[in-house]
Design a protein around this ligand. Sequence first.
Ligand code: ADP
Length: 247
Amino acid sequence: MEKLIELQDIKKYFVVPNGLLHAVDGINLSIEKGETLGIVGESGCGKSTLLYLLAGLDKADRGTVSTGGRDGKTGNISFILQDYGLFPWKTVAENLSLPLELRGEGRTRRREAVAAMLDELGLTGLGPRYPVQLSGGQRQRVAIGRALITDPDILLMDEPFSSLDALTREHLQRTVLSLWRRRRPTCVLVTHNVPEAVFLGRRVMVLSGRPARKTLWLDNPRFGEEGAAFEETRRVYEALSETKDCL
Ligand code: ADP
């Protein structure tokens, strides 16, 4: 298998009023092309910092970050955040179309891709609405669609469902899984929600410590099967038992 993401011995600190705050300290991570990884760990252990480093939105103070395949090309990266990040003055269709427009795609191709994505997301007919006219779940669906419409090589998700109710959350987990099955981006999901990490992660990385120094990797070949992963979920809870305050 081809590795698409590799972090080696990453250190990241922030300058804070009383000195340096180590957010990530010596983390190693590697992900195969097309794989899904769930990352869980207590609050403040450095999960979001890791994602920002992966996205190239921040720089590590030590270590190397690589997000390229065998051909040496850096993969295209999309990022989904907790709070949707849609432009309120643009319609749903315009929000979905934006990444294609930025890439210089023509009008016809954009219109076709947006219509196909609306169908794929179960939002057929909602293209002319504005984000404020949608439910929270529908807005996050649009955010997921916008992230995937360019068929990125890498999809990063930082607590993408945490502001949604439990049923909507489960629905969207299935939406992400089915989009992943069709498009196969390499996915990294940061979440506090253990069943979610186990449902979506082909592997699960459990971080402990603040900053995290210890990492435990769980292989999870039955990810995506409804109710199949009780044993894996229990193992993640066990691994987190020293840091229960995050759950
Ligand atoms: P997690 O996502 O696991 O909750 P974060 O990666 O957000 O953790 O944060 C790790 C640590 O780094 C926390 O102590 C947090 O307060 C700190 N931190 C994150 N971003 C900054 C920043 N821009 N400036 C200072 N400290 C930060």
